[in-house]
Design a protein around this ligand. Structure first.
Ligand SMILES: Nc1ncnc2c1ncn2[C@@H]1O[C@H](COP(=O)(O)OP(=O)(O)OP(=O)(O)O)[C@@H](O)[C@H]1O
Ligand SMILES: [Mg+2]
Length: 311
């Protein structure tokens, strides 16, 4: 068991509204509403907890609607190191129609101020030493600049702990300059962050190798149903998941990241790590949520993953 610090700077309350057919501009009746505390770093934290690790969660949390998050932390035994900021954590509303179509309405989230940024840095500085690795996942909230994000990542890297980053857009672009220990972009995210001409497999794999040369130890390049390419020290592997019935891809990338960190911290051979991580990600796709709830299904999925050398 390791102790892992997972940062979610911009968590979200996911509100899923089920309805028959959305009629824009009219009064719609919903058949149900479900809400749950979400955010990439919190998803990673939950899979890490399923794998037996002790997790501290941190980032910025709106004080006005913190209750569902605090309930999740209590349920999962997470140590709560979130800095509270005035206002509400953003709500991401998903209008789910019977046809399967989903319309997303993503909220803006609270405005973070310089005093909150300082408070978070101080808190992380105080608590980080008790951990074996740090994961930073997700987008940046209002008020956080790319420059501050880079300063945060540099501070965390200077602690000497393995630092894993999963973000996109300008946050990923900025984060690459810090050369984290591990990154987990999907092909499109890497293409955007590195200004690649396209997201074709050969193009993104070449960019992954360049990032390795720039000091990123592990590049875990996810390619949706096509699987994963993993470049690391002495590691050049690809994994093809078994074909599964897709229920919801929410948390697939987060599961892949969490399980890879788990294998690396456990000192497992890379093939074993990648096989399990690909199976846990495939399992996430087969359920509405994510996480390891059915160990037998996971064993079957693991047996169906094909891991092969890349070069
Ligand atoms: N349809 C699928 N069938 C099997 N495995 C899948 C499927 N979609 C995704 N996966 C697994 O999940 C991993 C991560 O998926 P993807 O590349 O879509 O990540 P992502 O875009 O970062 O996702 P997320 O929305 O969680 O951030 C893939 O590398 C693959 O192993
Ligand atoms: Mg992702």
């Amino acid at each position: 068991m390791a102790r892992i610090l997972s940062l979610t700077l911009n968590p979200a309350l996911d509100l899923t509204v089920s309805l028959d057919t959305l009629q824009p501009g009219a009064v719609n009746r919903s058949q149900g509403l479900s809400s749950h505390a979400a955010g990439k770093g919190l998803n990673v934290a939950q899979v890490l907890a399923d794998l037996g690790h002790k997790v501290t969660v941190s980032g910025f949390l709106g004080a006005a609607n913190a209750a569902p998050f605090e309930a999740l932390f209590a349920r999962r035994g997470f140590v709560d190191a979130f800095v509270r900021v005035p206002g509400e954590t953003r709500s991401n509303i998903k209008l789910a129609e019977r046809s399967g179509r989903i319309t997303d309405l993503n909220g803006p989230g609270p405005q973070t101020q310089a005093s909150h940024h300082t408070e978070l840095l101080e808190r992380l500085q105080q608590i980080a030493a008790g951990h074996d690795a740090i994961v930073v996942a997700g987008s940046l909230p209002q008020g956080v600049s790319s420059e501050w994000f880079v300063a945060l990542l540099r501070r965390l890297k200077a602690l000497g702990l393995p630092l894993a980053l999963d973000s996109s857009g300008s946050a990923l672009r900025a984060g690459l300059a810090v050369a984290p220990w591990l990154i987990k972009p999907n092909a499109e995210e890497l293409a955007e962050a590195c200004d690649l001409p396209d997201a074709a497999r050969a193009t993104v794999e070449q960019a992954a190798l360049s990032l390795r040369a720039q000091g990123v130890e592990h590049v875990l390049l996810s390619r949706g149903a096509e699987g994963v390419s993993w470049f690391g020290p002495g590691i050049a592997l690809q994994a093809q998941p078994p074909s599964v019935a897709v229920v919801s891809t929410v948390g697939a990338g987060d599961s892949l990241l969490a399980a890879t960190v788990h294998g690396l911290l456990s000192g497992w051979p890379a093939e074993h790590t990648l096989r399990l991580a690909t199976a846990i990600a495939a399992q996430a796709v087969t359920q509405l949520g994510f996480g390891i709830h059915d160990r037998e299904q996971l064993a079957r999925l693991e047996a169906g993953v094909v891991v092969t050398p890349l070069i």
